[in-house]
Design a protein around this ligand. Structure first.
Ligand code: SAM
Length: 413
């Protein structure tokens, strides 16, 4: 098993030699986002790809355009709720190869109505290599002046300037996380050292008071030996999302849980996972810079930070219910039940797979309690997030597929 990308390993080892062991969060930051050698930052080796069927992992838009179609449909409803603003802005953050952007743009432009003329699609992507792929996959849409633009980061948007939709798919799971471990009733932080041949862990006091503050707010009582992650970047990011939106909706799609489920006894070793060539591993200290690294998202904390900054929870659901609410059954009506396209779309919906592991957090600002089709069928709502202010709705657990439809049969609902 390789230790990793040689130049990246040398760069991390050199930082450790200069400063001593580094917090895991710094190790993950360098692994994924070192400006030259980080996993996401350098172009893939020739002929290879990071995201996709032949890459290390795939995401929804590699599977089928239905998520893009559903988001476009949701955007159309949001546009109507906002009174057809000009421009109607869609901000997508962490767009990877740009396939979801391509699908959303195509679905919105499939109807020649005023939205397609008022639409401004803004991409925010940290990796220059990914931005390059986005440019190439969005080629046809770049001909239309001003339709698609890139900005450096959320902070470049003027406060409350977004009127429209701000969304991401699999973004906060890719933020570097702190790792903590309970030892003798104390919370310690995982640091990474280099012994000349391998990266090794050691435990140290917490590197930032923000972590203790966050843990106090979560009011967790974790047993000795319990290990988990804290994603402080995701909290800062959610504040930026709230600040950027003037009137509109934020949709965050990612794998994750409510805080109650995430910090549960069953997850006593946390959720950090690495992906290489479609295989998962729990060892972040091999293939350094050659494998993806992720941690499940704490949606309760995202919702709480949003609420504190004026972004109210509209609802919280899973990908299957979100897609069902937006009419996936009609979108799939023309597909042959045995066709590869049908099977690919089913993959996104499976209650024992992407349909339930992926959650959808919907938040709003500057609109009164919007009713959105993506939240029509909800297995759990705002109160599942453990917020003080629930949405007052009840869980229904109902799915709309008729039990005789090919879709229902494939999903066994
Ligand atoms: C797991 S990939 C998801 C890609 C894409 N959304 C999809 O569904 O295929 C995460 C993406 O987020 C980008 N990213 C990570 N942190 C970011 C940040 N702070 N700002 C913008 N993009 C970021 C990564 O470079 C990568 O392209």
């Amino acid at each position: 098993m390789t230790l990793g990308h040689p130049e990246l390993v040398a760069a991390i080892a050199s930082e450790i030699a200069n400063s001593g062991p580094i917090p895991f969060v710094r190790f993950m930051e360098l692994t994924l986002y070192h400006p030259q050698f980080g996993y996401y930052m350098r172009p893939p080796e020739s002929g290879a790809e990071r995201i996709g069927w032949s890459g290390d992992f795939y995401t929804s838009s590699d599977v089928h355009p239905i998520l893009g179609n559903a988001l476009a449909k949701q955007a159309r409803q949001i546009d109507a709720l906002l009174g057809h603003p000009d421009p109607f802005t869609v901000v997508e953050m962490g767009a990877g190869k740009g396939l979801l952007a391509r699908d959303v743009l195509a679905a919105i432009h499939a109807q020649d109505d005023s939205l397609s003329r008022r639409l401004r699609y803004v991409l925010i992507e940290r990796s220059p290599a990914m931005r390059e792929l986005q440019r190439s996959n969005l080629g046809p849409w770049l001909q239309e002046a001003g339709l698609v633009t890139w900005i450096e980061d959320l902070g470049s948007l003027a406060p409350a300037s977004v009127v429209g939709l701000l969304f991401s798919n699999e973004l906060p799971d890719a933020f570097p996380v702190h790792r903590i471990q309970m030892t003798g009733g104390q919370t310690e932080e995982v640091y990474v050292d280099y012994d000349g041949a391998r990266f090794v862990e050691c435990l140290r006091p917490l590197s930032s008071p923000d972590m203790q503050q966050h843990l106090t707010r979560l009011n967790l009582s974790l047993p000795d030996g319990y290990r988990t992650e804290i994603n402080l970047d995701a909290l800062g990011w959610m504040k930026q999302v709230a600040d950027a939106i003037g009137r509109g909706i934020a949709i965050t799609i990612d794998y994750g849980h409510t805080a109650q489920d995430l910090y549960n006894a069953d997850r006593s070793q946390g959720t950090l996972l690495c992906y290489y060539s479609q295989l998962t591993s729990e060892d972040p200290y091999t293939r350094v810079g050659q494998q993806d690294m992720t941690a499940h998202v704490d949606f309760s904390s995202l919702a709480t930070v949003g609420e504190e900054h004026g972004l109210r929870v509209t609802g919280f659901t899973n990908q299957m219910s979100f897609l069902m609410g937006l009419g996936v059954e009609e979108m799939m009506a023309d597909l042959e039940p045995e066709s590869p396209e049908f099977r690919a779309a089913i993959h996104l919906l499976r209650p024992d797979g992407m349909g339930s592991t992926f959650k959808v957090l919907v938040q709003h600002k500057g609109i009164e309690r919007p009713e959105l089709d993506g939240l029509k069928f909800k297995p759990f709502f705002g109160e599942a997030l453990g917020l003080a202010r629930g949405t007052g709705q009840e869980a229904s657990g109902l799915y709309p597929a008729s039990s005789h439809s090919p879709l229902a049969h494939s999903l066994r609902v």
